[in-house]
Design a protein around this ligand. Structure first.
Ligand code: C2E
Ligand code: MG
Ligand code: MG
Ligand code: MG
Length: 275
């Protein structure tokens, strides 16, 4: 009987691998069409200044509405797009769309806030990233001060020399940078001190269990670290009043999360925050 079970287990295992593989292949093919057929949309999530309660900036988050399937999570398709190289054209689409949105809101006379774009580490590490990014911002005819870039801690630590130079170039250009998902990578603190970033975004996982003493200690320490390095600090994934109160008492600069707003469409942002 044990042997039988073992066999079944093996069967289930290969079946799972197979399913995962065909799902990936399917997504890869569908993504090819998605880029061409405008199946993407950008949602925006406000980032709130804890002291004033005002919207300080917006994070641009891609949404893929796949015909006949509905929304596919970026946590599923972004890693696939990174492996296939499709992330380059997706990243270009996102940056162009954000530039267009900034220009549009400006022309409508809304008082703008900066918009942050998530840049894949795979894209960021390419030698021509800066050149391509500059070109998009130039063509978008917007002041780069309205754009911020979010790049994960691990992507920055991957190639420190390149990251250092690219961050310098971005700063020179007037684009602010935030280190995303902070606390989940393996930052060398000595490099962190030298990186010309403006913000740390504390990963959602540390905010989630705020009653947990260890998470409280981690949050406190990251906020302190940011303060000592003269960086601004954002807490992601704030869902409850209790979480907000704790972050407030620890003097976290900004919060972002469902408590205030989910990511919503550009029209939603206009209605709720810009009008
Ligand atoms: P991220 O950059 O860390 O974005 C934060 C994620 O947390 C978003 O998920 C957001 O919807 C979610 N979130 C915000 N507040 C809350 C909350 O209170 N509770 C919970 N449970 N979640 C919250 P989303 O939009 O699914 O994106 C997931 C990840 O996919 C992003 O993580 C980012 O790494 C990547 N991503 C999204 N859009 C883009 C894009 O345009 N380009 C690239 N390269 N990556 C993107
Ligand atoms: Mg982000
Ligand atoms: Mg994040
Ligand atoms: Mg994340």
């Amino acid at each position: 009987a044990a042997k039988e079970r073992g066999k079944n287990k093996f069967y289930v295992y290969t079946q799972e691998l197979h399913n995962e593989y065909s799902r990936r292949l399917e997504i890869e093919n569908a993504l090819r069409e998605a880029v061409e057929n405008e199946q993407f949309e950008i949602f925006y999530q406000p980032i709130i200044d804890v002291k004033t309660g005002h919207v300080a900036s917006l994070e641009a988050l891609i949404r893929w509405n796949r015909p006949e399937y509905g929304f596919v999570s970026p946590t599923e398709f972004i890693p696939i797009a990174e492996e296939t190289g499709q992330i380059i054209s997706i990243g270009r689409w996102v940056a162009r769309s954000v530039c267009r949105q900034i220009k549009n809101w400006q022309q409508l006379g809304y008082s703008l806030v900066p918009i942050s774009i998530n840049v894949s580490g795979m894209d960021f590490q390419l030698p021509d990233f800066m050149e391509r990014f500059k070109e998009i911002v130039n063509e978008g005819e917007i002041d780069p001060k309205w754009i911020e870039i979010e790049i994960t801690e691990s992507a920055l630590m991957n190639d420190i020399q390149h990251a250092m130079q690219t961050l310098k170039d971005l700063k020179e250009m007037g684009v602010r940078c935030a280190m995303d998902d902070f606390g989940t990578g393996y930052s060398s603190l000595s490099y962190l001190r030298k990186f010309p970033v403006d913000k740390l975004k504390i990963d959602r996982s540390f905010v989630k269990d705020i009653s947990n003493q260890e998470n409280q200690a981690i949050l406190r320490n990251i906020i302190q670290l940011a303060r000592n390095l003269r960086l601004l600090v954002v807490a992601e994934g704030v869902e409850t009043q209790e979480e907000l109160r704790f972050l407030q008492s620890e003097m976290c600069d900004y919060v972002q999360g469902y408590l205030y707003s989910q990511p919503i469409s550009a029209a939603g942002i206009e209605d709720r925050f810009l009008k």
